[in-house]
Design a protein around this ligand. Structure first.
Ligand code: PHE
Length: 360
């Protein structure tokens, strides 16, 4: 057996008995490191004659390769063993009873509750969920939605522009969830039927506006969907959401660059008492924007508008939470006050389901 073969055998043995990743790393440094055994042998090659150097050099290279491979394999093996051990130690017993007093502290925020409720309703109507990024390009937030640079609607949005250096693409905090319409349509083929929940941002703050708020976008595109379907969908949604049969909604003609025709959706409510009441009174509260998807938006998403059509809507989630649960000031949603949360929050054990009623 040659010297390098004996050496290889010896090192492989050490590797095979390494007990953990630390001791394996020590072996690696001792054998393959800059001052390791193999590196020193490599240095000594210069003392040999050219022929011997060639022969010994190639042997050493093979040795080095075999050792490196053996170390990599052992490393994976040890990592798996360590993970297995860790998983066993961290096992959680899900059958343990919940400590009753725990549910007093951890509460579900009304926004999360309402997002779950809305997703549950649209889920039962066959909608999928599609999400997009909070930091959005001007292209998706505006241009692809038929809001070119000079369009007055850009001013309406009170946009937060990000530090845009000299990059070609300009970034903004998305002002609405509508960019997800284009992002999702670009990636797939019609028909589409999905909702997109998420955070949205506008530079605005008063009792009914906060710089960060939540929307849920809805989009249905196929060959036949029309305005009647939109009206039915919104009515069905609001009845289910407010758990009221006598809900009254009003569709007002409006303008959005990405829908034609465009509508604003109001629900009937009573503002005369201390808490706002839905389905009664004579006031209207705006809760959504909607319309038929503009052919230009379909075209930006590579969809043929002569073949496909559909509707879109954007619901103000925080506004809906305020209405349903009688929360007067929107700003309190984001103050992070634990007393507020324990009053308005929901038990984490009660997930909204349609069959049981959305809230308990
Ligand atoms: N994106 C609009 C807004 O934020 C709402 C909307 C969505 C309107 C979809 C029409 C269709 O105001």
């Amino acid at each position: 057996m040659t010297y390098s073969e004996t050496l290889e055998k010896e090192i492989l043995k050490k590797i095979s008995v390494a007990e953990n990743q630390d001791s394996l790393e020590k072996i690696r440094i001792a054998e393959l490191g800059k001052k390791g055994k193999i590196s020193l042998l490599m240095k000594d090659l210069s003392k040999l004659s050219p022929e011997d150097r060639k022969e010994q050099g190639s042997k050493l290279n093979i040795l080095k390769k075999n050792i490196s491979e053996a170390i990599s394999l052992k490393k994976i093996e040890l990592a798996n063993i360590e993970l297995e051990k860790q998983l066993l130690e961290e096992k959680i017993d899900v059958t343990l009873p919940v400590q009753v007093n725990q549910s007093k502290y951890g509460k579900i925020h009304p926004v999360s509750q309402v997002l779950d409720e809305i997703s549950e309703i649209f889920g039962s109507l066959g909608y999928k969920i599609s999400e997009g990024p909070d930091i959005e390009t001007e292209h998706y937030n505006f241009n692809a939605l038929n809001i070119p640079e000079s369009h007055p609607a850009r001013q309406m949005h009170d946009t937060f522009y990000l530090n845009n250096d000299n990059t070609k693409e300009k970034y903004v905090l998305r002002t609405h969830t509508s960019p997800v319409q284009v992002r999702t349509m670009e990636k797939g083929k019609p028909p589409f039927k999905f909702i997109s929940p998420g955070r949205t941002y506008r530079c605005d703050s008063d009792q009914t506006h906060t710089p960060m708020f939540h929307q849920i976008e809805g989009l249905v595109v196929d060959e036949k969907t029309h305005l009647g379907h939109l009206k039915w969908t919104l009515e069905t949604f609001f009845k289910s959401f407010f758990e009221l049969d006598n809900i009254e909604i009003q569709l007002r003609p409006s303008y959005f660059p990405f829908t034609e025709p465009s509508l604003e959706v109001d629900v009937l409510c009573d503002r005369s008492g201390p808490v706002l009441k839905i389905g009664e009174g004579s006031d209207w509260l705006e809760v959504a924007g909607a319309g038929m998807v503009h052919p230009k938006v379909l075209r930006s998403s590579n969809i043929d508008p002569s073949k496909y059509q559909g509707f879109a809507f954007g619901l103000g989630v925080d506004r809906l939470a305020q209405l349903k649960y009688g929360i007067p000031d929107l700003r309190t949603f984001f103050n992070g006050d634990i007393r507020w949360l324990s009053h308005y929050g929901f038990s984490f054990l009660d997930l909204p389901t349609l069959s049981r009623g959305l809230k308990k």
